[in-house]
Write a protein of this length. Structure first.
Length: 263
């Protein structure tokens, strides 16, 4: 993994961590947007971080950029929808780096259309990545967390999981399912010192929302009491809080980060 230069504190710029110093974190879909912001904040809190992306070159490049300000980060290629690949990849990483203490399920795709026109393969692709992928990653890391008697599983879901959205039946079902998975993990592993929570972003200023037509952006903005889209760092801050010792008594919850759009 990449290491900081001249920083004996073990975390970037000598900043104080939040009980995460040396903890190993896995952030799926960490090469850009929200996932990349989460990885950066975890590094700042002193964690060691592995990010995943669909291709090794992109993941490695993103990891190199993340460690420019210090910390330890590795980028690996992983398709979270491929269950066996997830198990083998995590097993190999843990053999080399030690057990994961933090899992952030962030990888996700969209294949939008109204139900009447939605293709079966588009339904399956979104559920496989956004929901089965979260299950596969949790299953892969949970044994190591149990041995440590400390763990944080945090899934990035969505505001639409609680309100629905036209043209996104597959995405909404996957995000709502991930929240149900979160509550079950919380109940199953609380006695082992493992918490499971979700962070549900509203509309965040990312490549996806920037690609929307201006009229559509304006309509959405009118529904947000804070009158702006969120930033990836807003979501990242919530994730790092839930990963920290400060959130040790919080489990099975969904923390909404949406500027008041859903109350």
């Amino acid at each position: 993994m990449s290491h900081p230069a001249g920083n004996p504190s073990g975390h970037p710029s000598g900043r104080a961590g939040r009980g995460l110093e040396g903890r190993l974190a896995l952030v799926t879909g960490g090469t850009r947007g929200i996932g990349n912001a989460i990885a950066r904040r975890l590094l700042e809190a002193g964690a060691r971080v592995v990010i995943t992306g669909r291709d090794s070159a992109g993941a490695e490049k993103a990891a190199q950029e993340l460690v420019q300000s210090g910390g330890e980060c590795r980028g690996v290629a992983l398709d979270v929808s491929r269950f066996d690949d997830v198990q083998e990849t995590v097993k190999g990483l843990e053999k080399e780096l030690g057990p994961f203490a933090i899992l952030v399920n962030n990888a996700g795709i969209t294949r939008d259309d109204v139900v009447m026109r939605m293709k079966e393969e588009d339904w399956d692709a979104v559920l496989s990545t956004n929901l089965k992928g979260s299950f596969a990653c949790a299953k892969a890391v949970i044994r190591g967390m149990m041995k440590q008697r400390w763990g944080r599983i945090i899934s990035v879901t969505s505001i639409v999981g609680g309100m629905g959205n036209i043209g996104q039946a597959n995405y909404v079902a996957a995000k709502a399912g991930a929240e149900g998975l979160t509550r079950t993990l919380a109940r199953e592993y609380a006695s082992r010192g493992i918490t499971a929570n979700a962070v549900a972003p509203g509309f965040i200023d990312t490549d996806m929302t920037r690609a929307m037509e201006e009229a559509a952006r304006a309509r959405l903005m009118g529904q947000i009491p804070m009158e702006r889209f969120g930033q990836p760092e807003d979501v990242a801050g919530a994730v790092v809080f839930l990963a920290s010792d400060e959130a040790a008594y919080i489990t099975g919850q969904v923390l909404h980060v949406n500027g008041g759009m859903l109350m």
